[in-house]
Design a protein around this ligand. Sequence first.
Ligand code: HEC
Ligand code: HEC
Ligand code: HEC
Ligand code: HEC
Length: 211
Amino acid sequence: MRRIRLVLLLCFAAAGFILLLSYSSTVFAINEETLQEAPEQKVPYDKPVEEIAEYLAPMNELKLLKDLEFESCSECHDEDWETDPERRELMEPHDEYPGEFVNHDSENRWCLDCHSANNRDKLRLINGKLVDFNEYYRLCEQCHRKIYREWKMGVHGKRTGYWNGVKEYWHCTQCHNPHNPLFKPIKPMPAPLKPNEIKARSAETKDSETH
Ligand code: HEC
Ligand code: HEC
Ligand code: HEC
Ligand code: HEC
């Protein structure tokens, strides 16, 4: 009799355990779903910028190359190009692109402090190292270290909008023109996404995530 009771007890315990398991797995499933909809996601700020690129808004493309249908700076500035390091008022096409270089300690610096004289497709750091245009922030970091750090942490230039649960923030050059960085408050910021655009974009990502 005692034995049967023990077996019964064990059966109940097992059944209870199974019930608990299935219950907790539903709870877990619900949690996962709410997690996906949750607005905030942790950005690993301690990582180098390249590794947190997915949290950045897409890079703006170089306007010059788009408008003039040139693939690269070196289409004109090729190996036969003789760089004139003289500071001067530039003619075509640079009377329009970039058009000016002002308000950026411009008395003390000029184009070739940032653009490589020998490889015009690259930007040049103070130590002479060349970096790609999409690594422009290495340039800014040299002189605006504090702001650079704040930008990486999402403090400076932080955008309040959330997109698909991921915080997105903008590139320095999407807010500041390196050739005239003085912030003009009248110039409107990129418009926030409309709800239908947000839906379209999140549908896109869901698609790319599942495929
Ligand atoms: C359509 C041809 C063309 C393209 C494309 C072009 N440039 Fe130039 N660039 C010129 C010309 C022409 C000059 C000389 C202008 C003058 O002396 O007034 C020049 C001069 C310059 C100078 C001054 C130093 C020098 O070599 O004389 C810089 C810096 C410069 N370009 C940067 C760039 C960068 C950066 C790009 C790409 C983002 C670019 N250019 C793309 C035609 C071009
Ligand atoms: C403080 C650094 C700095 C200086 C000085 C500078 N540039 Fe730039 N330039 C940049 C950066 C960064 C970009 C890339 C901008 C982007 O991604 O939109 C750029 C982009 C360009 C482009 C591509 C078109 C555009 O407007 O984005 C041209 C052409 C150009 N620079 C020419 C020049 C010329 C000519 C001078 C001198 C009169 C000059 N730059 C001075 C940093 C600089
Ligand atoms: C070699 C040093 C140096 C580099 C590189 C540099 N800056 Fe600056 N920047 C300065 C200095 C110096 C000032 C103050 C200029 C002034 O008051 O005329 C300044 C001013 C500014 C300002 C404020 C303008 C104002 O007066 O309100 C902005 C915005 C800015 N920089 C953005 C950038 C960005 C974005 C980059 C990278 C593409 C960059 N800077 C690269 C030295 C630099
Ligand atoms: C979303 C837009 C945005 C982005 C992205 C952004 N900034 Fe700014 N920045 C601003 C605005 C707006 C101001 C002026 C308001 C203020 O002073 O806080 C400013 C001011 C500045 C100033 C001058 C004020 C100061 O405190 O010295 C500098 C320098 C500067 N930004 C550099 C940068 C650099 C470098 C980056 C990238 C690492 C960057 N910004 C990214 C919007 C932006």
